[in-house]
Design a protein around this ligand. Structure first.
Ligand code: NAD
Length: 500
């Protein structure tokens, strides 16, 4: 049955209008939801276009998926690490071989430019390869002790069933950086992607399936958080929940998870870029534009506040507007487009709501901020990037996550004032400063409350081999994702004393 399913999948041509239905993967079988209900994934650049039809799962599907993962755990946890690694490497090869097609699907489903989509596909494949290597040398320690006839060491063991819950903005790379470390360390997975990007999530699971992952080791369940979210978190067999999404959902999950369920929450941000008096203003404006408007401002590490010293504010804002007005807005398949659609209707309405708040709270809308409704734009969720100046640091656009192409420029008199404002939000994900003064740069790395701190770089972007996570309400601040430390969350330590 699975083979037939795959044969059917192979004939998908994304350019045809044929709409495919995609199933859940439970216990190695591609299955419809027990409810037989489905939902559509649509193209945010053209709302009339259905990208795929997916299973509207319910708790019964989740229960079956968790039970399958539970059943598969003993054998998978005992599988040789090199065999687990071979599956990740093979899945990476499959993604690489299909990179052009998957990138095209990513652009159709999420809206980001095709070049960004290709980068994401290739980076996700690299992430699988990275953990295939790192996971094979991730181990415990041996401790010196006074007894010559005793060895004391720690062993790292997998946890068991892990729920993976992910957002739509990096629909492949975020799942890859959670699923790869979970699998290589011997855990089994139930994966629920965002309902805005289930096709891209499906492609990752499909690659693992085609790579020969044993049945039940990865299970895939699509559907609404309100239908499937609770059980993914509260089922007694779930030993860990790794989640990326909004702070409100993360708080909800963290509250519901039991005492014995580990949680890793990567949440919202309100990331500042500080522009000092000595900054290269051309660089500063480019960093603000790239950090604030790339992937249409829908990055958790996106620059949403620029805190600028008053001496250079006018000149900086002029450059910022110049660079922003040169950005081409449109469908992610068009050459030269820098700003695609917002990913869904909720995002579209939310961004427009915050632009309205900015106006109501007395900030100056110095550029953009209109919904685009002419010609092709009316088909999708297109909004001009917005730049607000004279922003009150206590106003909503200065404090709350917008998650869209809106930059609030806040003028300050001193570095101390800039830091106080930068830190006076509930988030602490990423922050950057533009300066040529090494002393100030160094002081900034100490003063700023953020999990990712940069100097003369965009607030966005992180290496796959370096830790990633936030402070304050941006993360549970317990375990970091990404890099070698990303493996820690998925293992528990046992301390072993052996007397000879
Ligand atoms: P979201 O919180 O609405 O949804 C994220 C995922 O969680 C989806 O799969 C959703 O179905 C599920 N979900 C939502 N509520 C749930 C609940 N109560 N229980 C279980 N599952 C639930 O977020 P989104 O709109 O998909 O993504 C945007 C948010 O993600 C922004 O706040 C952004 O900052 C954040 N984000 C954070 C990072 C990071 O690494 N810190 C990265 C990307 C996005």
């Amino acid at each position: 049955m699975a083979a037939i399913f795959y044969k059917e999948m192979m004939v998908i041509n994304v350019l045809t209008t044929k709409i495919e239905t995609f199933n859940n993967l439970i216990d190695g079988e591609w299955q419809e939801s027990v409810s037989h209900k489905t939902f559509n994934s649509v193209n945010p650049a053209n709302k009339a276009e259905i990208v795929g039809v997916f299973q509207a799962s319910n708790e019964q599907d989740v229960r079956l998926a968790i039970e399958a993962a539970q059943k598969a755990f003993p054998a998978w946890s005992q599988t040789a690490p090199s065999k687990r690694a071979a599956i990740l490497n093979q899945a990476a090869s499959i993604l690489e071989q299909n990179a052009a097609k998957v990138a095209e699907e990513l652009t159709r489903e999420e809206g980001k430019h095709i070049d960004d989509a290709k980068n994401e596909v290739l980076r996700s494949a690299q992430t699988l390869r990275f953990y295939a290597v790192e996971g094979q040398t991730f181990t415990g320690e041996t401790f010196p002790n006074d007894d010559p006839n005793m060895k004391v060491s720690t062993e790292r063991e997998p946890l068991g069933v892990v729920s993976v819950i992910t957002p739509w903005n990096f629909p492949l790379s975020i799942p890859a950086r959670k699923i790869a470390p979970a699998l290589i360390t011997g855990n089994t997975v139930v994966f629920k992607p965002s309902s805005d990007t289930p096709l891209i999530a499906f492609r990752l699971v499909e690659a693992l399936y085609q790579a020969g992952i044993p049945k039940g080791v990865i299970n895939f369940v699509t559907g609404k958080a309100s239908d499937v979210g609770d059980l993914l978190v509260t089922h007694s067999a779930v030993r860990a929940v790794t989640f990326t999404g909004s702070t409100s959902a993360g708080e909800d999950i963290h509250r519901k998870a039991s005492f014995t369920t580990r949680t890793q929450m990567e949440l919202g941000g309100k990331n500042p870029l500080i522009v000092m008096q000595d900054a290269d203003l051309d660089l500063a404006a480019s960093l603000a534009v790239n950090g604030g408007f790339s992937i249409t401002g829908q990055a958790c590490t996106g620059t949403s506040r620029v805190i600028v010293l008053k001496e250079v504010k006018e000149a900086f804002v002029q450059k910022l507007i110049e660079k922003t007005s040169a950005l081409k807005i449109g469908n992610g398949f068009e050459k030269g487009v820098k700003i695609g659609p917002l990913a869904n209707e909720k995002q579209f309405n939310n961004v427009l709501k915050y632009i309205q708040y900015g106006k109501e709270d007395g900030a100056t809308l110095a550029f953009g901020g209109n919904a685009l409704t002419d010609a092709e734009y009316q088909k999708g969720y297109f909004v001009q990037p917005a730049i607000f100046t004279n922003v009150n640091p206590d106003s909503r656009i200065a404090k709350e996550e917008i998650f869209g192409p809106v930059i609030a420029v806040i003028e300050v008199d001193t570095y101390e004032e800039a830091i106080a404002i930068a830190n006076d939000v509930e988030y602490g994900l990423s922050a950057s400063i533009v300066t040529n003064n090494l002393k100030v740069a160094n002081q900034f790395t100490k003063d700023i409350q953020a999990g990712t701190v940069k100097v003369n770089r965009t607030t966005t972007g992180n290496l796959m081999n370096a830790p990633f996570g936030g402070l304050k309400k941006s993360s549970t601040s317990t375990f970091r994702e990404s890099g070698r430390v990303g493996l820690e969350f998925f293992t528990q330590l046992k301390t072993v004393y052996i007397g000879y």
